[in-house]
Write a protein that binds this ligand. Structure first.
Ligand code: RIB
Length: 338
C-alpha cells in the first residue's frame, strides 16, 4: 500500500507538507504542491480517509506519553514540556504508559482519536512500531530521552555514555578504586549507555569491572536500596557507587544508613538526573544533571515548528545534549589510591 511517506519521499518534501497539501490545513507553495500532486499521481496514492478526517484543522493540543510521572525525572520533564507548550498556545495531554507496550499503544491511539496536533514521546522501552503508522499519517512526533529504532522522528536526548564516564572518572579522581555501579533496567538505552561509560572509565584507569560490582536496578528507590545492600554484603565492599538515576541513589542512601554506614565517609555516591529531591537528601546528592529545561524546550519547540510546517526538511534531527556533574555532599576522597 502506498503511504504518505512514499509520496513525501518521491516529492522530496516532508510528510507534513504532503499532509497539509491533502488536507488544506496550511498554505503550501505552488511549487511544492505541484511536486506533491505529481508524486501522488505517479504513485496512484489514495489518502487514508480516516487519517484525513482526523487531520482536519488544528486542535492546538500536544500529546505527551511518558513511562511514569511518579518518578520525579518524568514529573519534572512533563511539567517543563507543558510550560513550553502553554507559552506557544498549546494544551498538553499527559499519558503514563507505566512502561507497558499495550498501554503505550492504547494511548497513542487515544491521542490520534483526540486529534492532537503532535506527540512528544518518551518510550516505555519496548518497541513502538505503531508510532511510525501515526507519523505516516501526518501526525508529527518528537522522541525524547530513549531511542526508538526505525521511527522517522526527531529525537532529543542526553549523551548518556559520556555522562556515565564523567561520573565514574570523578570518583576515580577522588582516589576510589572499588567503584560499583547500580544500573537501571538493562533494556533501556539511557541505562545501558551510562553503564558503558562507567566501564570505559574503569578500564581506562586500569580498573577491571568485576561482575559482582555491577548490580541491575529498576530506576526506583527500592531498587537502589536492594542493590546497595547486596553490594555492601560483598567480602570486598565498594567505597563508591555510580547509580544510574537519583531515585535509586535515594534508596542507596537509605540502605547504607540501615547498615550503619556514614555517607560519604564510608561510601561515596554519584546519582543521575538531578531531580529537585537530590538537593534535599542528607547529605545532598552529587549527581549528573540532565538539562531538563533545555530538553523540554528544544523538543517541544521542534515539534511545534514541524506541526506548523516551519521546518520542511524531511530528514530528521538527532540532538544530543551534555549532562553536567553537580558536586554536593555525597562524595569524599578515598585513601585507596595505590
Ligand atoms: O529516572 C528515570 C530515568 O529514565 C532517567 O534517567 C531518564 O533518562 C529516563 O530514561
Amino acid at each position: 500500500m502506498v503511504t504518505i511517506k512514499d509520496v513525501a519521499r518521491a516529492a522530496g518534501v516532508s510528510i507534513t507538507t504532503v499532509s497539509h497539501t491533502i488536507n488544506g490545513t496550511r498554505r503550501v507553495s505552488d511549487e511544492l504542491k505541484a511536486r506533491v500532486l505529481r508524486a501522488m499521481e505517479a504513485l496512484d496514492y489514495r489518502p487514508n480517509v480516516l487519517a484525513r478526517s482526523l487531520r482536519v484543522g488544528q486542535t492546538k493540543t500536544i500529546g505527551l506519553i511518558i513511562p511514569d510521572n511518579s518518578n520525579l525525572f518524568f514529573a519534572e520533564i512533563a511539567r517543563a514540556i507543558e510550560d513550553v507548550g502553554y507559552q506557544h498556545g498549546y494544551s498538553v495531554i499527559l499519558c503514563n504508559s507505566d512502561g507497558q507496550t499495550d498501554k503505550q499503544q492504547q494511548y497513542v491511539q487515544t491521542l490520534v482519536d483526540k486529534q492532537v496536533d503532535g506527540i512528544v514521546f518518551i518510550s516505555s522501552g519496548e518497541t513502538a512500531e505503531d508510532l511510525q503508522n501515526v507519523i505516516d499519517n501526518g501526525i508529527e512526533v518528537v522522541v525524547v530521552d530513549r531511542d526508538v529504532p526505525n521511527v522517522s522522528a526527531d529525537i532529543v536526548l542526553v549523551d548518556n555514555e559520556l555522562a556515565g564516564y564523567q561520573a565514574t572518572r570523578y570518583l576515580i579522581d577522588l582516589g576510589h578504586r572499588r567503584i560499583a555501579c547500580i544500573s537501571g533496567p538493562s533494556q533501556l538505552t539511557p541505562s545501558s549507555h551510562r553503564v558503558d561509560g562507567y566501564r570505559r572509565a574503569m578500564q581506562e584507569a586500569g580498573l577491571g569491572v568485576s561482575a559482582e560490582y555491577l548490580v541491575g536496578g529498576d530506576f526506583q528507590i527500592e531498587g537502589g536500596e536492594t542493590g546497595i545492600i547486596k553490594l555492601l554484603g560483598l567480602p570486598s565492599r565498594p567505597s563508591a557507587v555510580f547509580v544510574c538515576n537519583d531515585m535509586m541513589a535515594i534508596g542507596v542512601i537509605r540502605g547504607a544508613r540501615r547498615l550503619g554506614l556514614q555517607i560519604p565517609e564510608d561510601l561515596s555516591i554519584v546519582g543521575f538526573d538531578n531531580i529537585a529531591l537530590a538537593r534535599a537528601t542528607c547529605p545532598a546528592l552529587t549527581t549528573m544533571a540532565q538539562p531538563i529545561p533545555d530538553i523540554a524546550r528544544i523538543a517541544t519547540e521542534l515539534l511545534i515548528q514541524r506541526m506548523k510546517g516551519d521546518i520542511d526538511a524531511p530528514e530528521r534531527q538527532r540532538i544530543v545534549l551534555p549532562a553536567r556533574l553537580i558536586v554536593r555532599e555525597s562524595c569524599c576522597r578515598c585513601g585507596d589510591e595505590a
